[in-house]
Design a protein around this ligand. Structure first.
Ligand SMILES: NC(=O)c1ccc[n+]([C@@H]2O[C@H](COP(=O)([O-])OP(=O)(O)OC[C@H]3O[C@@H](n4cnc5c(N)ncnc54)[C@H](O)[C@@H]3O)[C@@H](O)[C@H]2O)c1
Ligand SMILES: CC(C)[C@H](C(=O)O)[C@@H](O)C(=O)O
Ligand SMILES: [Mg+2]
Length: 371
């Protein structure tokens, strides 16, 4: 299979983790006889530095002309700490999501038994946690009208949703529930917000078409608590843009590290794959960031291409590294491996060298204890 992929490094740890994901895709291509070609494009602070714009038109053109987009992360402290900045890296991210109409952000959250001890809550060893968040990505308060008054003493962000924007992601979430445990939880704030009441009304209408799916409604404040108290109760969580942003970072800690979480942002004609985490500027250039969120995002890309077997092989390889302690510093602060080494080991597994690697005593040499 031939696929053209727009590859966007972005900022901070973005380049380091995207390179690992590309390495894994290249290994899959080699082993399974596919051809993936990449076109590099700029986004975020790297794009501002090079062109003055957070989302250059060439980046949108490249993305529209590719089969999918692979993205690291954007964001830089020099913008985060400047409330008066008029151009910001995050505008690039929001801009590309809007330009490609990537309305459904899919964020799976799965715990791995060998990492249960890292979770701040006690994960039930038998069942673990396995749910998937469907976050609406191109509407809501992120994209509503916003303005600051003339003297800068008041500011407004508007939360706006149209029913068709809710329906299209709801359909995907219900279809996902049908393939899973047939339970869908709508997270909203319908006791306060008009937009949430529109979400409830719309979901109730769509639910009639999916009689096998049990639908639950949860206010977001309660959902934040339930995620800690009893995360095993969730199967598919459907929610609007900002609530989804917040609860997905919260949910990530159940797995042991934000660095493990992948995502797919789906539109009608293309899709973008990026880890849930940000540019983690403190780790930039140190080769210590966890590449697994990016690598599992590449696995989601393989699923999107219809290469389910190859996606499963990547997930098995990731699982194998986690089970064997081939992990980055966020997972094991004492005996950890570098970002690039974890990427190499995942490729070794895909090449069928797992047993060879585990038996190799010089593996210790690849382990770092010095940072
Ligand atoms: N999708 C994106 O591009 C995206 C997402 C979130 C934040 N951001 C941006 O990133 C910048 C930093 O934001 P932040 O510090 O709030 O969030 P962040 O996700 O970059 O980092 C938060 C913390 O999570 C951990 N972490 C994140 N990624 C990790 C990885 N791969 N491996 C190991 N640990 C990891 C680290 O402990 C880190 O301090 C900001 O400019 C923000 O706007 C971008
Ligand atoms: C960086 C920011 C604009 C972005 C968001 O809020 O969507 C990020 O937090 C994410 O989760 O992808
Ligand atoms: Mg976020």
């Amino acid at each position: 299979m031939f696929k053209k992929i727009t590859s966007i490094y972005g900022d901070g740890i973005g380049p380091e983790v995207v390179k690992q994901a590309m390495k894994v895709l290249d290994t899959i291509a080699e082993v399974y006889n596919h051809e993936f070609v990449y076109e590099r494009a700029l986004l975020g602070a790297e794009a501002i530095d090079a062109t003055g714009a957070a989302l250059p038109t060439e980046t949108v053109a490249s993305a529209l002309n590719s089969d999918a987009v692979l993205l690291g992360a954007v964001g830089h402290p020099r913008f985060d700490n400047d409330p008066n900045a008029t151009v910001r890296p995050e505008q690039g991210l929001l801009g590309i999501r809007k330009a490609l109409q990537l309305y459904a952000n899919v964020r799976p959250v799965q715990t791995v038994p060998s990492l249960h001890h890292l979770s701040p809550i006690k994960i039930k060893a038998k069942t673990g946690v396995d749910f998937i968040i469907y976050r609406e990505l191109t509407g809501g308060i992120y994209f509503g009208d916003k303005f600051t008054n003339e003297d800068g003493t008041a500011a407004t962000d508007t939360c706006h949703y149209q029913q068709h924007e809710i329906e299209r992601i709801a359909r995907l979430a219900f279809e996902a529930a049908m393939q899973r445990h047939k339970k869908l939880t709508l997270v909203d704030k319908a006791n306060v917000l008009e937009t949430s009441r529109l979400w409830r009304k719309t979901i109730q209408q769509i639910a009639v078409r999916y009689p096998e799916v049990t639908v639950e409604y949860l206010f977001v404040d309660n959902a934040a608590m339930q995620l800690i108290l009893n995360p095993g109760q969730f199967d598919v969580i459907l929610t609007e843009n900002m609530f989804g942003d917040i609860i997905s970072d919260e949910a990530s800690v159940l797995t042991g590290s934000l660095g493990l979480l992948p995502s797919a942002s789906i539109g009608n004609s293309t899709a973008l794959f990026e880890p849930v985490h940000g540019s983690y500027p403190q780790a930039a250039g140190k080769d210590i960031a966890n590449p697994i969120g990016a690598i599992l995002s590449a696995a989601m890309m393989l699923d999107y291409f219809g290469l389910q077997h190859e996606a499963t092989v990547v997930r098995n390889a990731v699982q194998w590294t986690l089970e064997n302690g081939f992990v980055t510093k966020d997972i094991d602060p004492v005996n950890f491996y570098f970002t690039s080494t974890v990427g190499d080991l995942i490729c070794d597994y895909i090449h069928g060298k797992a047993i060879e690697v585990v038996n190799k005593s010089n593996i210790e040499l690849r382990k770092s204890t010095i940072i």
